[in-house]
Design a protein around this ligand. Structure first.
Ligand SMILES: Cc1ncc(COP(=O)(O)O)c(C=O)c1O
Length: 435
């Protein structure tokens, strides 16, 4: 059990959850003026996660995988704290540019690219790309001659939720022939990339992956290719309803493996997404309708699997629902607001009897949630709210940075939370009602 930062509301956490980043009282106060659903961004959580990564992996450069959450406020904050941004498309390059990230800090990690996407990225100034098969080479040769490239190798991992090795990566035996072909095509082959799979729960998988990468480095050296860069991807897990090992534990295995297998002369970069964005946002939703079916209570809330809960489908993720109301709990069904029957948020979470208007907090809603949300049925995805005290650190950072939407001098800072106004405007435009 954890105590919320308010005297009157105790937050009963599912034991394993990393917890919400906003108290019930504060969420209720915000919901008095902001229509639900909304996501509360905790900048202190972001700072804390990145501090942990820096402390535990001192030699590793961090490239935030913005695919996990490209929210403009988050991106602006994170980009000021990390070394660069991992992008998967030109569309992400455009968003990173809007957040003030310069092109030399971008790394294109998608092994399969449309040729026009490569051309657009190169025109913007992106220099680093990943590939994992022979057909990618002529595309890069034509559009990105002389670019720095990493070969992605596949890692088999039974202990991850999103098995990226099933879709991407060359086999170890294919690696050096592919590197030779790329080098012959005039590309600058710099090293090896891997991703152990997202929401990976076994820290030991990093050692397996590092050994595979070491093997490729050694085989490449035999044919005269001196590799100097290793990309260890993402994969660090977040606790949702089931407890997972902490970041320190993962980093310990990784750090030791790097020390043992790769000299300091090898540049190591990582592409963490989920572990930075996941715990950084808590979703606030309202009950907007009720019914009883076969004796089981159903609660309809104002966000669902077509919105921020899209991670339930695409990310195979199960989020803890935390009711503001206390009392005896019963089995129930929690459903989203759309007219589709797939829009079910939870069937196995016990809740007290809820009424229309009641609030629920959903922690851990920062990664692969709003990023894949749609506006199906006219329900606009939740806006992002940055709390006032949290906003102060955001503003301090902006003042020191070259880019960003700086507040005009003397603007009011304290009273209201900073809201992603584009989203709010969009929501008003479609007249989304609040319960
Ligand atoms: C190439 C690449 N890098 C980084 C990431 C981020 O991974 P994670 O969110 O597990 O940290 C992904 C996720 O799909 C990816 O495909």
């Amino acid at each position: 059990m954890k105590r919320a930062n308010s005297a009157t509301s105790l937050i009963l956490l599912p034991k394993a959850s990393d917890g919400p980043n906003v108290s019930f009282d504060r969420a209720a106060a915000l919901a008095e003026t902001l229509p639900t659903p909304f996501l509360v961004l905790s900048t202190s959580r972001v700072h804390a996660t990145i501090r942990t990564l820096r402390r535990c992996l001192p030699r590793v450069e961090l490239f935030y995988a913005m695919k996990s959450n490209p929210d403009s406020e988050l991106l602006r904050l994170v980009s000021g704290l990390v070394d660069g941004i991992d992008v998967a498309s030109y569309g992400e390059v455009v968003l990173a540019d809007a957040a003030g990230v310069s092109p030399e800090r971008l790394f294109h990690s998608n092994p399969i690219k449309k040729e026009s996407d490569i051309a657009d990225c190169v025109r913007h100034g992106v220099r680093w790309f990943t590939f994992d098969n022979v057909d990618e080479i002529p595309k890069l040769q034509a559009q990105a001659p002389g670019a720095d490239v990493l070969l992605r190798v596949a890692i088999q991992n039974a202990s991850c939720v999103v098995d990226l090795g099933a879709k991407f990566g060359a086999q170890e035996r294919e690696a050096v022939p592919l590197m030779i072909a790329a080098q012959s095509a005039g590309l600058n082959v710099r090293g090896v990339a891997f991703h152990v799979g997202s929401q990976s729960t076994d820290p030991g998988i990093y050692l397996t992956a590092l050994l595979a990468a070491r093997g490729v480095f050694d085989q490449a050296a035999v044919v005269g290719l001196e590799l100097d860069t290793l990309d260890i991807g993402g994969g660090f897990p977040v606790t949702y309803r089931t407890e997972v090992p902490g970041l320190d534990e993962f980093c310990k295995v990784l750090s030791q493996g790097l020390t043992d297998l790769f000299p300091e002369s090898v540049r190591v970069i990582a592409e963490p997404g989920r572990c930075i964005s996941g715990g950084a946002m808590t979703l606030v939703v309202r009950v907007i309708g009720r019914s009883t079916r076969n004796g089981v209570p159903w609660y309809f809330i104002d966000d669902g699997v077509y919105g921020a809960f899209s991670g339930k489908l695409f990310d195979h993720c199960d989020y803890p629902l935390m009711p503001m109301k206390k009392g005896p709990t019963t089995e129930c069904v929690v459903a989203g607001p759309t007219c589709d029957s797939i829009d079910i948020v939870a069937r196995d979470q016990r809740l007290p009897e809820l009424e229309i208007g009641d609030l629920l907090l959903v922690p851990g809603m920062g990664a692969y949630t709003k990023a894949s949300a749609t506006s199906f049925n006219g329900f606009v995805p939740p806006v992002t709210v940055v709390e006032p005290d949290e906003r102060a650190s955001l503003k301090r950072r902006r003042v020191g940075s070259r880019v960003g939407r700086m507040e005009p001098a003397g603007s009011r800072m304290a009273a209201e939370p900073l809201v992603d106004t584009g989203g709010i405007a969009a929501r008003k435009a479609v007249g989304r009602p609040s319960a």
